[in-house]
Design a protein around this ligand. Structure first.
Ligand SMILES: *Cc1c(COP(=O)(O)O)cnc(C)c1O
Length: 427
């Protein structure tokens, strides 16, 4: 074991600050990172990898983008935290709202988890109802009420729900399958009047990439509205990633609350939730729903978010991301064909997922063949060996960034092909 990993394990549970980083789902040793720049990440031994994880989503411009680093440095010189409103915060709020024009106000927090937790509280506070609905395989951060059947961490470790969540709280969370109008209809017919909100990743990307039919999302919009419940789109991954206005823009469906994270902080810890005035006036200090944060609206983090969004102002950036995603998809598919690996690549813009099963990529969790995980573990090990940093779980997606030029995509495709070749030799 690497001496640094040994030290890490002595002082941090599993040697990590977030579970999936420990590589338990794929086996092998997680490298300790020294630095990252552009499309590449370098470990403490100097080994360079083409990065397809992008810090799990935020690094849409690639690592250490010069404009972002400069903005951070400038902001840092002017103060690390004020505990008061600052100009960069106002500017980022404006930049976010102009991408979600139906929303009136945004509140900044520090993580995606916090954004979701606050959005659910707002929904409960505004409706005076307690029950909430989530969808199987959707991950919404480690919020107590939402740690039920969600996300790759739970999926790969085989944990249906987390210890430490009081049953009295978990009982208030109803879990529905994705892609199933009838199940949603049945639940709302039974207890629709008690439901504060339904929360969904409009592009579920935490348990594979389970692209939903627009008509299903539209159905949820009508159903929640008909029962006086709110609809929350958790766009922590998809917002600012698949289009400027995320899935809200792509589908044209207007939810009641959108949550953001990841990209909105440009690599610094920022989350946000946004809604119309009717809801946002319920939030303290204007209304009775309390929510606060010592480091919320942090000036250095706001600077990173602003500089990142500045680079994404042009729609051309999203066409570019889509083109690079398509290029990597072709590279992966070619390699799979060549080595006769059953599966396909599900993709939305710059988000890709290797679906290691026959037939079209699944839309719901019960359609996911868990048999692919072992093969993914083998591929992962050989990919890392060949300098391709892939997500350490069969159910996590890959991201490409604007820093992934044709040469990086080519290198990634070749490393992937060599990994498949090695896997074939093993079997
Ligand atoms: C990552 C993620 C979260 C949690 O965000 P953190 O910043 O990790 O707390 C919530 N929802 C979705 C959809 C996510 O992808």
């Amino acid at each position: 074991m690497h001496p640094l990993l040994e030290r890490a394990k002595k002082v941090m549970p599993g040697g990590v600050s977030s579970p999936v980083r420990a590589f338990l789902a794929v086996g092998g040793e997680p490298p300790i990172v020294a630095k990252a720049r552009g499309a590449e990440i370098t470990d403490v031994d100097g080994k360079v990898y083409t990065d397809l994880v992008g810090s799990w989503g935020p690094m849409i411009l690639g690592h250490s983008h010069p404009a972002v680093v400069e903005a951070i440095a400038r902001a840092a010189h002017e103060g690390l935290s004020f505990g008061a409103t600052c100009e960069r915060e106002v500017m980022l709020a404006e930049a976010v709202l102009c991408r979600f024009p139906w929303a009136d106000k945004v509140r900044f927090v520090s993580t995606g988890t916090e954004a979701v937790m606050s959005a659910v509280r707002l929904a409960r506070g505004a409706t005076g109802r307690s029950r909430i609905v989530k969808f199987e395989a959707c991950y919404h951060g480690h919020v107590d009420s939402l740690l039920v059947k969600g996300g790759s961490g739970l999926a790969t470790l085989g944990i249906p729900s987390s210890a430490g969540v009081p049953p009295a709280l978990a009982e208030l969370t109803e879990v529905l399958p994705l892609d199933d109008e009838q199940a949603a209809d049945a639940l709302f017919a039974e207890c629709g009047q008690e439901i504060a909100c339904a929360i969904i990743e409009p592009l579920p990307a935490n348990s594979g990439l389970l692209v939903q039919r627009r008509s299903f999302l539209e159905h949820l919009r009508k159903l929640t509205r008909a029962h006086g419940a709110l609809l929350i789109f958790d766009e922590v991954i998809s917002g600012l990633r698949v289009a400027m206005g995320g899935m809200t823009e792509i589908t044209g469906i207007e939810p009641d609350i959108v949550t953001l994270g990841k990209i909105v902080g440009g690599g610094m810890p920022v989350g946000a939730y946004l809604a119309k005035d009717a809801l946002m006036t319920q939030v303290a200090p204007l209304g009775p729903v309390y929510q606060a944060g010592t480091l919320s609206g942090n000036p250095v983090a706001m600077a990173a978010g602003l500089a990142t969004l500045k680079q994404l102002e042009d729609r051309q950036a999203y066409r570019e991301l889509d083109a690079r995603g398509a290029m990597l998809q072709r590279g992966f598919e070619r390699a799979m064909e060549r080595y006769d690996i059953t599966g396909s690549v599900a993709r939305m813009g710059s988000i890709l997922w290797l679906s290691l099963q026959a037939g079209p990529p699944p839309r719901a969790w019960h359609q996911v063949d868990m048999g692919g995980a072992k093969l993914y573990g083998q591929i992962h090990r050989h990919a890392m060996h060949n300098g391709l940093w892939m997500a350490p779980s069969a159910y996590e997606v890959a991201f490409v960034s604007l820093a992934h030029g044709a040469e990086h995509i080519e290198r990634a495709s070749q490393a992937f092909e060599r990994a498949l070749e090695a896997v074939r030799k093993e079997s």
